[in-house]
Ligand binder design. Structure first.
Ligand SMILES: Cc1cc2nc3c(=O)[nH]c(=O)nc-3n(C[C@H](O)[C@H](O)[C@H](O)COP(=O)(O)O)c2cc1C
Ligand code: SF4
Ligand code: SF4
Length: 268
């Protein structure tokens, strides 16, 4: 089982590659939350993967919501639940633009509360989608990043097939120091008041259909409205609008946008 969360497709891309190699089923954490589908039974020979982006040098808000409500119980064998849970191979692939900060530790802490230990943790550098903070890198740089990422994904998949333990080795002191801001980001940094659609909006409704928490609704004028004060801040809407019509304050007008090519194959 692969639980994934994605805004612009990077983590979905990683989850899909892992799915292709392992044959494991991939499920969206956002969908699980919306459908209240959070109780799972697993055999000890199965793998559980968590694949998601770094948000502010830590776990995304939505991933925390999912982990807080997730239950996993062993479904086979005899003996106590703790030992049987331990036999399940649990891993995480955390995508990022430069550093995952303490996202691995935050995830491990949440899982430990459920009696689940992480066997393997990987950080995976992909294209940074944080367009509300800074511009997207050039297409040339994106291609180079994706090439390295594909090579790394091949190594990760080989490890996962062999159920190999792995500790992630991102020792970016800066990322770890900045992870202190993650708590503030979750409580105050996910506000939607600066989102709006400009005149290039054609009312196609894509932003409404892809928002993982159902925050966006098209009004009678067929322009999107952000109906919640704060959101998952995945930046899917602003990056994926085909007309670059979504802005956040004044700084995003001149910036590029990023969408992982996986979204040209799959419509979520
Ligand atoms: C709100 C937000 C915060 C982010 N913070 C970080 C960060 O702290 N470190 C980092 O390397 N990348 C950061 N990123 C970039 C994403 O982690 C990266 O682009 C990721 O691969 C996006 O995955 P997705 O396409 O599955 O959403 C951030 C992105 C967003 C939207
Ligand atoms: S995706 Fe873009 S063009 Fe389509 S409704 Fe949303 S803002 Fe308008
Ligand atoms: S409103 Fe936009 S940024 Fe916020 S959760 Fe929905 S798609 Fe993501």
């Amino acid at each position: 089982m692969i639980f994934y969360f994605t805004g612009t497709g990077n983590s979905l891309y990683a989850a899909q590659r892992i799915r292709e190699v392992t044959g494991d089923h991939a499920i969206s954490m956002a969908k699980c939350l919306l459908e209240d589908d959070l109780d799972y039974k697993m055999n000890s020979n199965e793998r559980i993967g968590f694949v998601f982006p770094t948000h502010c040098w830590g776990t995304p808000w939505l991933v925390d919501q999912f982990l807080d409500r997730l239950t996993i119980k062993p479904s086979d064998g005899y003996g106590d639940d703790e030992e049987r849970l331990d036999a399940i191979f649990v891993y995480a692939v955390i995508t990022c633009g430069s550093s995952i900060g303490n996202a691995d530790k935050m995830l491990a802490k949440k899982l430990a509360k459920k009696g689940i230990k992480l066997n393997a943790i990987y950080s995976l550098k992909m294209v940074d989608n944080y367009v509300t903070g800074f511009d997207i890198v050039s297409e040339e740089k994106q291609a180079k990043i994706m090439q390295k990422c594909d090579a790394e994904l091949r190594r990760i998949c080989a490890d996962l097939l062999n159920r190999r333990d792995h500790q992630h080795a991102d020792k970016s002191a800066m990322g770890i120091a900045l992870s202190k801001l993650n708590r503030l980001y979750k409580s105050k940094g996910r506000g939607t008041k600066d989102f709006y659609a400009d005149d290039s909006c054609v009312g196609c409704g894509l932003c409404e259909s892809i928002c993982p928490i159902g925050c966006i609704k098209l009004g009678e004028d067929r322009r999107p409205k952000w109906t919640l004060e704060s959101c998952a801040f995945c930046l899917g809407c602003i990056n994926r609008c085909p007309h670059h019509a979504i802005q956040f304050g004044k700084k995003t007008q001149k910036r590029g946008r990023f969408v992982n090519p996986i979204f040209t194959d799959i419509k979520e």
